[in-house]
Design a protein around this ligand. Structure first.
Ligand code: F6P
Length: 605
C-alpha cells in the first residue's frame, strides 16, 4: 500500500524495493496483471545479489589470496590470535581459534554483516516484523521465552504476543499441576502416568531432544519418577507398535502436537491412537475428551474440536508466528515436558534460552556468540566451499540434539531464491549431521580426519550430569570423555606430518597412510553442566546461528515450501494405489506416463 500511495519515486520507493520487494510483488499480484506491470515499471530493481557486493568479493579474494595458503598448524602458533578468537556469555565459552580465519577475516565478515544490515534485521525479528514474507508472518519464537514483564512490547496485528504467550504458559502450568497431583484422571477414573506425544518434524524433534537431556538431569530424574513419556512420529505402523507396547490406555494421555493439525502422518497416528483408546475403553467421545490433548495453532481450532478434543480445557494454542521447527519453547515442548518433569523445570529451559536471546540482541557483533557462529557458517560454506558440517556433543544426553539442529537448519536455509525473488548464484545451506562423542569418533571421524573437510562444532561440559570415578582410576569417566573433546580439535587442526610419522618408526610403505593433513576447522563450546537452563542456551544459540546465516544470504529462513511437492505426490500415489488395489488399472499403468514408478509400484500391489 505504501508504494501505491507514494509520490516520491526516489527515496521511499527505493527503501521499499530493498526491504519489501517480494511483499510488494505479492500484493501487486493480488491486484491483477495490469497493476503488477505498472508496479514493476515504477519500482526500482530489487537489491543486487549479495554476491555482487564489494564486501562479498573482498571475502572471496581474501579466501583465495590469504587463507587458502595458510595452515591452522601455523595459525595456532599466533598467541594474539588465539587469545582474541573466543567469546563468553553467562557461563558459555566459545573458542573459534581453530577456524580457518584470521582477525582480518572476521573484520571482513563484520563488514559483510553491516552491509546486510544484520543487527537491524535481528532487531526486526525480535520486534515482530513480518520477515517470513511468503507466508506474511512474523517470526517470534523469541517471544515464547520472553519474561512476563516484557508484555506490551511486541505486537503482531494488534495482538500483544508476550502477554498471549504467558496466558498459555499459565494455562499449561495449571493443567500440568492438576495432572501431576492426580486431580485430572482418565475416563475410567484411573490416574494417568504415561504420556504419548504424537507429532512429526518440528513438533517432535525439539521436545524429544529436550526430553533426552532431562532424563538424566538431577531434578528431571526425581520429578519424572512414576511417569513416562514416549514420542510417536513416524507413520510406519511399527512405530505405533513400539510406542504402545506395554502401555495401559486407561493410564495414558495422548498429546497431538501439530501446528496445522492437518499433517498426514500426525493425523493418521492421532486417529490410530484414538482408536487404540476406544478399543480398550469403548467408543465414547468422552474417552477422547479425557485422554487427548492438542497443541496446535489458533487457526486449527475447528479441526481440533472436530477430532473430539475438549478445546476449553485440553487445547494449548500457539500462533502462526511460531514456525514448527522453532516451536519447542511453546506448547509443543511445554506440555509434554512439563507433564513429565513439572513446569518449573521447563521454565528453567526458557530462562536459558532467554539469556542467550538477550546476548544475541544486545552484544556487539565481535562478542556475540550466535553472530560469530553464523558468520563462520557463511564463511565455511560460501567462501571456503565446505558444504557439510558436524555437531558433536560430548554428552550422551544430547544424542538427539544433532537431529533437531539438522531439521532446524536444513529446513530453514535449504533455499535457492533470495528475499527479492531472485535465484542466488552462491552456495548456501549445509548438510548438518552429528552424533555424540566419543561414539562418533569410532564411526564417521575417519572421513573427517583424512577424507573430506567438514567443519565441526564440539560441545563439552565442565561437569557431568553424573560422573564416575573408579577406585583404581586417576581420572574420572567424564575426564576421559573430555580428554577427547580437547584432543579432537587439535588433531583436526594440526594433523600429523610424514616426518612425525617416520619419527615414530613407522615402516615406509605405511607412512602416507598414517599422515593427517590437518587444517580442518572446528569450534569448541564449553558449558558448565548440562541442565535445563544450559539446554535453553544451546537451543537459542543454534536457532540464531541459522537466522544469522539466512540474513547474510538474503534468504527467508522461515518458510519451507520445499517439503510441499513430496507431500502432494504422496497424496497422488495414494489415489493410484487405491485404484490399483481395486483393479481399476491394468498392469504397468498404475500412474499414466510414469513407467518407472508404475513398475516398482506393481511389485508392491
Ligand atoms: O516437514 C514440514 C513440516 O511442515 C515441518 O516444518 C513441521 O515441523 C512439520 O512438517 C510438522 O508440521 P505440523 O506441526 O503442522 O504437523
Amino acid at each position: 500500500q505504501i508504494q501505491l500511495e507514494s509520490t516520491d519515486p526516489s527515496s521511499e520507493l527505493d527503501d521499499i524495493a530493498h526491504h519489501n520487494y517480494p511483499k510488494v510483488i505479492l500484493q501487486a499480484d493480488k491486484l491483477g496483471r495490469s497493476a503488477h506491470a505498472q508496479i514493476l515499471r515504477i519500482l526500482p530493481k530489487p537489491k543486487p545479489l549479495v554476491s555482487s557486493t564489494p564486501e562479498w568479493k573482498r571475502l572471496q579474494r581474501h579466501a583465495v589470496e590469504n587463507i587458502q595458503s595458510m595452515h591452522l598448524r601455523d595459525m595456532l602458533q599466533d598467541t594474539e590470535r588465539c587469545h582474541s578468537m573466543y567469546a563468553e556469555h553467562d557461563g558459555v565459552y566459545f573458542d573459534y581459534s581453530r577456524q580457518q580465519a584470521t582477525l582480518e577475516t572476521m573484520d571482513l565478515l563484520y563488514d559483510l554483516a553491516n552491509k546486510q544490515e544484520l543487527m537491524p534485521r535481528i532487531r526486526g525479528m525480535f520486534n515482530g516484523e513480518k520477515i517470513n514474507f511468503t507466508e506474511d508472518r512474523a517470526v517470534l519464537h523469541t517471544a515464547l521465552r520472553a519474561s512476563k514483564d516484557q508484555a506490551g512490547t511486541v505486537f503482531v496485528d494488534g495482538m500483544d504476543a508476550i502477554a498471549e504467550v504467558h496466558e498459555v504458559l499459565d494455562q499449561i502450568k495449571k493443567f500440568t499441576e492438576a495432572f501431576r497431583s492426580g486431580q485430572i484422571t482418565g475416563y475410567t477414573g484411573k490416574r494417568m502416568r504415561n504420556i504419548v506425544s504424537v507429532g512429526i518434524g518440528g513438533s517432535y524433534l525439539g521436545p524429544e531432544f529436550l526430553h533426552e537431556v532431562l532424563k538424566t538431569e538431577a531434578t528431571g530424574i526425581n520429578s519424572s519418577l512414576g511417569y513416562s513419556l514416549r514420542f510417536l512420529a513416524n507413520v510406519d505402523p511399527v512405530d505405533v507398535e513400539r510406542t504402545c507396547a506395554d502401555l495401559d490406555p486407561e493410564e495414558t494421555l495422548i498429546i497431538v502436537v501439530s501446528k496445522t493439525f492437518t499433517t498426514a502422518e500426525t493425523m493418521l497416528n492421532a486417529r490410530t491412537m484414538r482408536q487404540w483408546l476406544w478399543d480398550f475403553m469403548g467408543d465414547d467421545i468422552d474417552v477422547v475428551r479425557k485422554h487427548v490433548v492438542a497443541c496446535s495453532s489458533i487457526s486449527a481450532t475447528e479441526n481440533v474440536k472436530a477430532f473430539g478434543v475438549d478445546t476449553d480445557k485440553y487445547f494449548f494454542r500457539f500462533w502462526d508466528w511460531v514456525g514448527g521447527r522453532y516451536s519447542v519453547c511453546g506448547a509443543a515442548g511445554a506440555v509434554p515436558i512439563s507433564l513429565l518433569y513439572g513446569f518449573d523445570l521447563f521454565e528453567k529451559f526458557l530462562e536459558g534460552a532467554r539469556s542467550m536471546d538477550q546476548h544475541f540482541l544486545n552484544a556487539p557483533m565481535n562478542k556475540n556468540i550466535p553472530v560469530i557462529m553464523g558468520l563462520l557458517g557463511v564463511w565455511n560454506s560460501s567462501f571456503m566451499g565446505y558444504n557439510s558440517r558436524a555437531l558433536i556433543p560430548y554428552a550422551q544426553a544430547l544424542l538427539r540434539l544433532p537431529a533437531h539442529i539438522q531439521q532446524l537448519d536444513m529446513e530453514s536455509n535449504g533455499k535457492r531464491i533470495n528475499r527479492f525473488g531472485v535465484e542466488i548464484d552462491y552456495p548456501v545451506g549445509e548438510v548438518d549431521f552429528g552424533e555424540p562423542g566419543t561414539n562418533s569418533q569410532h564411526s564417521f571421524f575417519q572421513l573427517i580426519h583424512q577424507g573430506q573437510t567438514i567443519p565441526v562444532d564440539f560441545l563439552g561440559f565442565v561437569q557431568s550430569q553424573h560422573d564416575l570415578l573408579m577406585d583404581n582410576e586417576k581420572l574420572s569417566s567424564h575426564d576421559e570423555l573430555m580428554a577427547n573433546f580437547f584432543a579432537q580439535p587439535d588433531a583436526l587442526a594440526n594433523g600429523k606430518t610424514a616426518e612425525e610419522v617416520r619419527a615414530e618408526g613407522c615402516p615406509e610403505e605405511l607412512v602416507l597412510h598414517k599422515v593427517f593433513d590437518g587444517n580442518r576447522p572446528s569450534s569448541s563450546l564449553l558449558f558448565p553442566q548440562l541442565s535445563a537452563y544450559v539446554t535453553g542456551q544451546i537451543l537459542s544459540l543454534y536457532e540464531h546461528r541459522t537466522a544469522v546465516q539466512g540474513f547474510i544470504w538474503d534468504l527467508n529462513s522461515f518458510d519451507q515450501w520445499g517439503v510441499e511437492l513430496g507431500k502432494k505426490l504422496a497424496l497422488d500415489v495414494k489415489e493410484h494405489l487405491m485404484e490399483a488395489r481395486n483393479n481399476e488399472v491394468g498392469d504397468h499403468e498404475i500412474i499414466a506416463d510414469n513407467p518407472a514408478t508404475s513398475r516398482i509400484m506393481n511389485y508392491y500391489v
